[in-house]
Design a protein around this ligand. Structure first.
Ligand code: GDP
Length: 446
């Protein structure tokens, strides 16, 4: 049996969806452990492209349970729409389960999110975070403040009304909220339809661990957006790390076998915040165009730049990564050379290699130091065919060199390489050294 965690090692959009979908082939449970409708995991199936926002990618496979876990903030109307959309397309093949402990994100939070970011920008134009305005921050704030509603409350009409009235009492200062009676009535309707899916999920997963079943924890957002360890305040409001995946599912650390960090062969970021290896000129435009770097949820252009090994070393240690999945290597195909950021020079003249400075201001003025690696050929269909036939030994030698450099610099082997958007465009490497197993806590024998 295996419990695996899939974590984004950068700022999101690394193709976690595709890698999780690839690994879901032999999983019995796939669990989304955090975030909400701000996530958008794109998966290219033979039937077309699916973008999953609040459902775990396990729902696309027969015999798999897709759990929207306790760490999430779920917008119930959008949750239902997402299910209906998949059903209409004949793609809802697995079972959908929603944790009764997941928090409910309401249209109230969406209005509040926009109001808050406008307030930041009005007070100081440089301070706008550029949130997705999907209500994530306010919903997590209400969870921490004990004002929140949980999915389990949806199935108890009296508690639902009580909790909603309490929540509204905290938001009198926010203009443009939907009237309470109208929201209550819409919520009551959707609750009736979602009720059969809402149940305790932690005990279901503990039992699955005991039975030795394969479980995949699907992270949303990414390590460098962690509310504590990311580039605060330009972060998300949850913990998209391996530790967060445990809190967001209820699975204990001693049950985990593998932690896979997903990284692109370059870097992208959406919204504000420091990005030392960003390319703002022609090269940035090339990466955006060739990589199709536009948000699946927001439609916003992503900022683009080179791979940053400071990020990857930091993410490796923070998450206890046992291996990397490196995606979108095809996007860089055909370049003469591929720069890779190896360290920063900070404003005070010191260098940073392994640890991301905690002050975003230092990072905003950090000068990256690059190593330039030889590029690899374009990924024509013939090369892709060869890789599908022969496996990783058909990867171009200069690409292997690039991958080896990542392992040399981070100590983490590469286990998967993505070379195209489709489900099949992923190859497994026989890593040398083999994937690291995160240290298990020794059993305490008294
Ligand atoms: P996620 O949120 O981390 O799952 O990432 P997104 O879905 O937002 O973004 C990844 C995008 O890259 C999607 O459009 C994928 O279809 C696409 N994609 C995934 N893997 C690859 C790859 O190896 N090569 C290319 N060219 N595109 C990929």
């Amino acid at each position: 049996m295996t419990v695996r965690i899939v974590i984004g090692a950068q700022f999101g959009d690394e193709a976690k969806g595709k890698i999780t979908d690839y690994l879901a082939a032999d999983a019995r449970y796939v669990v989304r452990t955090g975030g909400g409708p701000n996530a958008g995991h794109s998966i290219h199936l033979p039937e077309g492209v699916v973008v999953l926002h609040q459902l775990a990618c396990g729902v696309l496979r027969h015999g798999t349970v897709g759990v929207s876990g306790p760490g999430m903030v779920v917008q119930p109307f959008k949750f239902e729409e997402e299910m209906q959309d998949l059903e209409r397309r004949g793609l809802l093949r697995g079972e959908v389960v929603l944790s009764d402990r997941a928090h409910v994100l309401l249209p109230v939070h969406e209005v509040e999110d926009g109001w808050e970011d406008d307030l930041r920008a009005k007070t100081n134009p440089a301070a706008a975070i550029g949130t997705t305005r999907r209500g994530i921050g306010p919903a997590y704030a209400d969870r921490a403040g004990r004002w929140g509603l949980r999915a389990g409350d949806l199935t108890r009409p009296a508690i639902l009304k009580e909790r909603l009235e309490l929540l509204y009492a905290t938001k009198a200062h926010i203009p443009g909220l939907p009237p309470l009676p109208e929201l209550l009535s819409r919520l009551s309707e959707v609750a009736g339809r979602l009720a059969p899916l809402i149940r305790p999920t932690e005990s279901m997963l503990w039992d699955a661990v005991d039975r030795g079943e394969n479980i995949l924890l699907e992270g949303a957002q990414s390590a460098l957006l962690d509310v504590d360890f990311g580039t605060y305040p330009y972060v998300t409001s949850s913990h998209p790390t391996s530790a967060g995946a445990l809190v967001g599912s209820g699975i204990p650390p001693t049950a985990v076998d593998e932690v896979i960090g997903v990284t692109k062969a370059y870097t992208t970021r959406v919204g504000g915040g420091p990005f030392p290896t960003e390319e703002t000129g022609e090269m940035g435009e090339f990466l955006r165009r060739t990589g199709g770097e536009r948000g699946a949820t927001t439609g916003r252009d992503r900022r683009c730049g080179w791979l940053d090994l400071v990020h990857l070393r930091y993410a490796a240690r923070l998450n206890g990564l046992s291996s990397f999945a490196v995606t979108k290597v095809d996007v860089l195909g055909g370049l003469d050379e591929v720069p890779v950021g190896v360290q920063y020079v900070l404003p005070d003249g010191s260098t940073a290699r392994d640890v991301l400075p905690s002050q975003s201001d230092d990072l905003a003025h950090a000068q990256p130091v690059y190593e330039r690696l030889p590029g690899w050929p374009e990924f024509h269909e013939r090369l892709k065919e060869r890789i599908r036939r022969e496996g990783a030994r058909a990867l171009p030698a200069t690409l292997r060199r690039f991958l080896d450099r990542i392992t040399e610099e981070t100590g983490v082997p590469i286990e998967y390489v993505g070379y195209g958007p489709s489900r099949d465009d992923t190859v497994r490497l026989e890593p040398n050294p083999p994937p690291r197993r995160p240290p298990r806590l020794a059993a305490w024998t008294g």
